[in-house]
Ligand binder design. Structure first.
Ligand SMILES: CC(C)(COP(=O)(O)OP(=O)(O)OC[C@H]1O[C@@H](n2cnc3c(N)ncnc32)[C@H](O)[C@@H]1OP(=O)(O)O)[C@@H](O)C(=O)NCCC(=O)NCCS
Length: 176
């Protein structure tokens, strides 16, 4: 049997259309799950994706046999780093692609990682919990989403934030 070749690499401008297609394919998981007024098609337009990249979201991709199977973005904001837009093609999900991408992003920053996702995306919450993230309190997530993200009030209301233990440790040091 032919051996599959796989690697994680930074996405370039040449990958723009593939990144766009992976995001919108995988985002179908939200359809009928997140509040109806938060869903649209495409889930992320090309203009929105361009805006995210221009705002400093760096994408990494998991490439298998020359084709991207999943992408994950990292955005450094103030004193933290945000995991942004983590999407794996449907046929490639639950095979460890998301985990490998997360581990790679982890190596690219010493800042604590935060991630925001829809409160209804229970599988995504489970994914991050399995990788050592923990949900922050309701009060804290509103504060964090306003401080580090640029999203609508409606999205703040319908989202959760998970943080690494490292972030919780830093918070308890600040609070003394
Ligand atoms: C969330 C996501 C990025 C994870 O990537 P992945 O390659 O599937 O994840 P891994 O294989 O590394 O980890 C799998 C674990 O994630 C969770 N998970 C991922 N997809 C799941 C699903 N459809 N149903 C239930 N659990 C799921 C489970 O805990 C799973 O572990 P298990 O298979 O042992 O039960 C990917 O599933 C995805 O693109 N989902 C749709 C879009 C999305 O929710 N993105 C998150 C944005 S923050």
């Amino acid at each position: 049997m032919r051996k599959r070749s796989a690697k994680i690499r930074r996405c370039t401008d040449d990958d723009f259309n593939v990144v766009y297609s992976i995001i919108n394919e995988a985002a179908q998981a939200y359809r009928g799950v997140i509040p109806e007024d938060c869903w649209k098609e495409p889930y992320m337009s090309k203009e929105e994706l361009r805006h995210e990249i221009d705002s400093g979201v760096l994408f990494w991709g998991y490439e298998e046999d020359g084709e991207l199977a999943g992408v994950m973005g990292l955005q450094q904001v103030q004193d933290v780093a945000l995991i942004r837009h983590a999407y794996v093609r449907k046929s490639k999900q639950r095979k460890g692609v998301g985990e490998k991408l997360l581990l790679r992003l982890r190596r690219h920053t010493s800042r604590p990682l935060l991630v925001g996702t829809w409160a209804d995306a229970v599988w995504a919450i489970r994914f991050y919990e399995k990788k050592g993230f923990r949900l922050v309190s309701q009060e804290e997530k509103d504060r964090l989403l306003r401080k580090y993200w640029s999203i609508s009030e409606r999205q703040i209301e319908t989202s959760v934030v998970l943080a690494e233990e490292k972030w919780f440790d830093q918070q308890s040091q600040i609070e003394g």
